[in-house]
Design a protein around this ligand. Structure first.
Ligand code: FAD
Length: 259
């Protein structure tokens, strides 16, 4: 799913990749940035400008296949976390896309993205972050019972117990939020506000839980051998991908005040 560009991220509607109508199809020119599965994908949904005069209502979606002439994939990007998921640029240089590869109505691409794709993305792709909270909680609870300091398991210290209890609260609340937005999607209800609320809550708590999981492990948690440091690196993406935390908060605040 290729929406983001080198110069348009949060302000996605200002994207500059163009799709120019020609006989039998479209010609795409431009570059997409940070595209998940770019290096390994075979079919891409590419969002491009089809009308320069209109901002959000001059954008369309196209299906582009690996191997199309004029389409190339940049080098794999080296990331802080989520390193098992590949990411790259996509480059379009006079790339011809046949007419039938237009996805949805012309100039309605951004509406599709805003209402459908991002709703799904924010509702579902945040679920692994809840799983991350649960996994960290289990590992940390086990470690706290094994690790002894001051002649007793650290699990007996209230400071440690409260960290674990906070993780449990975040895990259960996060699960409920995910089920709620997923059920709204199932019933074709618009859920952009609810998805923003869920994404923001789960983002904050998964980053905090990853940090506390390392904290409970002390110095061992800081070592790669114990694997929990990975949670800190992986969880950070939740605050950026699929719309940043600042953008989610703006969606929530605007809905609250009806502006
Ligand atoms: C690992 C990874 C995978 C990704 N996969 C994909 C993918 O598959 N497809 C795809 O299309 N994109 C993908 N993205 C891109 C992602 O959606 C963008 O990075 C994200 O939307 C933010 O855009 P940006 O990076 O350009 O940051 P910017 O928009 O430049 O933001 C920079 C900072 O300014 C803040 N900011 C911007 N505007 C406002 C505002 N109005 N109010 C307050 N603060 C603001 C932001 O919140 C952020 O803190 C991926 C990104 C990453 C890191």
């Amino acid at each position: 799913f290729a929406l983001t560009e080198p110069n348009s991220g949060s302000d996605a509607a200002s994207l500059r990749t163009t799709a120019t109508k020609v006989e039998g199809g479209w010609v795409l020119n431009g570059t997409k940035m940070f595209i998940t599965n770019g290096p390994i994908g075979s079919v891409f949904v590419v969002i491009a400008r089809t009308d320069k005069e209109k901002k959000a209502f001059g954008i369309s979606a196209f299906i582009v296949e690996k191997g199309f002439e004029g389409f190339s994939v940049g080098k794999e990007l080296d990331k802080l976390g989520n390193r098992t998921s590949t990411t790259s640029e996509l480059i379009f240089e006079d790339c011809f896309v046949p007419e039938e590869n237009l996805l949805g109505p012309e100039n309605m691409g951004f509406v599709i993205v805003a209402k459908l794709v991002l709703g799904w993305e924010r509702s579902c792709l945040i679920a692994p972050a809840v799983g991350g909270i649960g996994a960290g909680m289990e590992v940390a609870a086990k470690y706290a019972q094994q690790r002894r300091q001051f002649k007793r398991p650290i699990a007996e210290f209230q400071a440690i117990q409260h960290k674990l209890a906070d993780m449990k609260v975040a895990y259960e609340a996060g699960r409920q939020l995910i089920y709620r937005v997923a059920s709204m999607l199932d019933q074709d209800e618009e859920n952009l506000l609810d998805a923003a609320v869920a994404k923001e809550y789960i983002t904050r708590t998964c980053i905090k839980s990853a940090d506390e999981t390392v904290q409970i492990h002390g110095g061992y948690g800081y070592m790669r051998e114990y694997l929990v440091e990975r949670g800190i690196r992986d969880s950070k993406l939740a605050s950026i991908g699929g719309g940043t935390s600042e953008i989610q908060l703006s969606i929530i605040a605007r809905a609250l005040m009806d502006i």
